[in-house]
Design a protein around this ligand. Sequence first.
Ligand SMILES: [Zn+2]
Ligand SMILES: [Zn+2]
Length: 160
Amino acid sequence: MTAYVVCRQCGSRIPLAVRLRSQAPIIFSATCPVCGFRGKYSYVDIVEEGVYRAKCAVCNVRLYSFRLGYAKCPICGSRYLVTLGEWRLLERGEPPPSPAQTLATVGMFVGGIAGASRGRDAPEKIAGIVAGAIAGLILGGLLGALLETLTRAEREVVYE
Ligand SMILES: [Zn+2]
Ligand SMILES: [Zn+2]
């Protein structure tokens, strides 16, 4: 149960130290244990074995498992029966709040405070709070979008 590339010279399997394509560098060199040919490969050349993937039905995180059987989503705790086809959802977990939403709220709060210290009199202060809140909202939203992109990476399930 490993990931491998196929030797360009003799067609033998060259086992890799990684188990997933996503763990490998984009370009890497590997030496064939059979014919000794050293070639450059990219992560798209990697063949994965014994990896099962699905998307969590509750929190939408992409999951992978190295085993068939019972497993849990590491994010929301939903329980699954990992099969060769679709994973069977046995128990729904609690989905976490969307990071984009949470961060937009934090950004609005921080932005509002920063804006308040800028104006001299009350109307200016209020304008500052509003402008700060909007700027904060945009910043928070962007940060959230970025975080969401990062969290879109695959996660290994928790085995039971
Ligand atoms: Zn070879
Ligand atoms: Zn989940």
